[in-house]
Design a protein around this ligand. Structure first.
Ligand code: ADP
Ligand code: MG
Length: 253
């Protein structure tokens, strides 16, 4: 058997496809540039590591199930001057996830909460953290269905495998009593174990509307805000402003 065949057979068994793809070309380059054996080996293994990390990032982004991919480079910070750009950039570095802290974005509709939440979570995926994006109402529906089918423990266990869960649009729809209790139980299970990133159009004082019960709301807020970065995003809707600009630029406007 030739050296190439022996090498390819070993790499297949060792599951090193990127090494297999680049071994010969890099060997030729190494010869031409008189690279040492160790330098060649190191370069070759680096290609495998880089490729694996890239694949994992892609998988994390897919598993997060973002409704739309949004990143920080398309976020116009000048449209929201009250928001601290350095703070957002720090959050995008993901240290809050290592510390199991939460992020809460509060502001009226169209102010970029979902955009920022997605961008921070997308950055976390690039750091190969396990992330999941979900609308609050969808999550509550899923928990209710799981409870009705006696598989709540299993479902909650699956969710607990994440490092960061984005719960978007809390407050748009009030929950039933059972729904609110399930959401409380769900979020409590993450307290100091993983991070939650919650967006809401309601200020904390109005959260009783979501949970329908003062005590439950207080207990929920107590846990959620204990180690939390709270960002207020009140202002004019970006969407609305863009539409106004478009209208103003029309000839007869
Ligand atoms: P919210 O979740 O607060 O209702 P979204 O994040 O859905 O708002 O924003 C509405 C639209 O406006 C999205 O397309 C979003 O990308 C865009 N948008 C909002 N704020 C900004 C901003 N500061 N820079 C760039 N795009 C923005
Ligand atoms: Mg939104």
């Amino acid at each position: 058997m030739t050296t190439t065949l022996r090498l390819q057979s070993c790499l297949k068994r060792l599951k090193l496809p990127t090494v297999a793809r680049h071994a010969e070309a890099l060997a030729r380059e190494a010869e031409e540039s008189r690279q040492g054996y160790l330098e060649y080996l190191c370069l070759l293994l680096e290609t495998e590591v880089c490729q694996r990390e890239e694949n994992q990032q892609k998988a994390r982004i897919q598993q997060a199930r973002f409704p739309l991919i949004k990143t920080l480079d398309t976020f116009d910070f000048s449209a929201m001057p009250s928001l601290s750009k350095p703070k957002i950039l720090t959050l995008a570095q993901g240290e809050f996830i290592d510390k199991k802290e939460n992020v809460i974005l509060i502001g009226n509709s169209g102010t970029g909460k979902t955009h920022l939440a997605t961008a921070i979570a997308h950055a976390a995926c690039r750091q190969r953290k396990r992330v999941r994006f979900v609308h609050a109402a969808t999550l509550v529906d899923e928990l209710l269905a799981a409870q009705a089918e006696h598989r709540l423990t299993k479902v909650e266990k699956q969710w607990r495998q994440h490092d960061l869960i984005v719960i978007d649009e809390l407050g748009y729809i009030p929950f039933s009593k059972t729904g609110a209790e399930l959401l409380f139980q769900f979020c409590s299970a993450f307290y100091e174990r993983a991070s939650l990133l919650v967006t809401s159009n309601l200020e904390f004082a109005e959260w009783t509307q979501i949970f329908g019960n003062d005590k439950l709301t207080a207990a929920f807020l107590d846990r959620l805000t204990h180690h939390a970065h709270i960002l207020l995003m009140n202002g004019e809707s970006y969407r609305f402003r863009q539409s106004m600009k478009r209208l103003e630029s029309l000839p007869n406007a």
